[in-house]
Design a protein around this ligand. Sequence first.
Ligand code: BT5
Length: 274
Amino acid sequence: MNMSNERVHKFDSCDSTNQKAKEIAREGAEIGTVVVARSQSAGRGRGGRKWHSPPGGLYFSILLSPNPGRRSTDLPLLAGVAMAQAIKESLPKSKDISLKWPNDILIDWKKVCGILCEGLADARISICVIGIGVNVNVPLTELSSYMPNPFKATSFSAETGGQPFDLDELLSVCLRKITTLYDVYRAEGFGPIQYLWEKNCRMVGKRVELRESGVTEAQIRQGVEGGVSARPAAGTPATVGTLLGIDDSGGLMLSNSKGERAVYYTGELTCFWP
Ligand code: BT5
């Protein structure tokens, strides 16, 4: 993918870089177009949640397209791998960087980066907006309300004793990693992304807990063949199992205490025992 400076649209502040990127995409912007803002007034997380976006963080969105016949969920997983690589390159080697399914990035088990993939409402356009938020020069006091989360929040500066980081430099490292991986994906498919995702996830082989808002392959099959709703009822208990990795469609593979394997496409990993 060809990345040039003209494709990077910079804002001091905006509501959401994903929102801006969608507008630009509808006007015909090309794959690889980037929107970046120094702060966001209405930063979005997944499922209608908010992403706190004060100055000092890196907030950007990039337009990408899944390979023909592939799901858009390839793209946030691809971006997660690229961001894990970019964060590793930018921080001291002693820091433990891990992906958390589907695509959070943790430093020493605390969330530093979140990714939100949104499609355009217009089904004729197969472009997706991949929004990425990183807590860079953000003090922990700004993040205190997220501390009760199963994975607490952190920032680059909090992890390095207040050291300031250059946001433009970090953005170029991120874009370099994303474009390199995107080229690999276009040429070789999802296989290399799946391999790298598992390599960068320190939870593989560990026991995890998944809140059962998830949908398994078996339930999807039942939904189609047996007329059973593919969506489990709200409030169903969490699933505990060993994280095996992701399958070739990006689903989370867990095995339970009986060794039975199931694949989940949605849901939240809520607990972790190192
Ligand atoms: C995410 O959602 O982690 C996706 C975040 C994507 C943000 C980027 S910024 C650029 C682009 N433009 C946007 O509008 N969005 C994207 P999720 O997994 O749902 O996590 C959201 C949850 O994380 C919230 O409910 C909070 O509990 C917590 N949270 C909010 N802000 C946070 C922050 N800055 N650091 C750590 N945790 C945060």
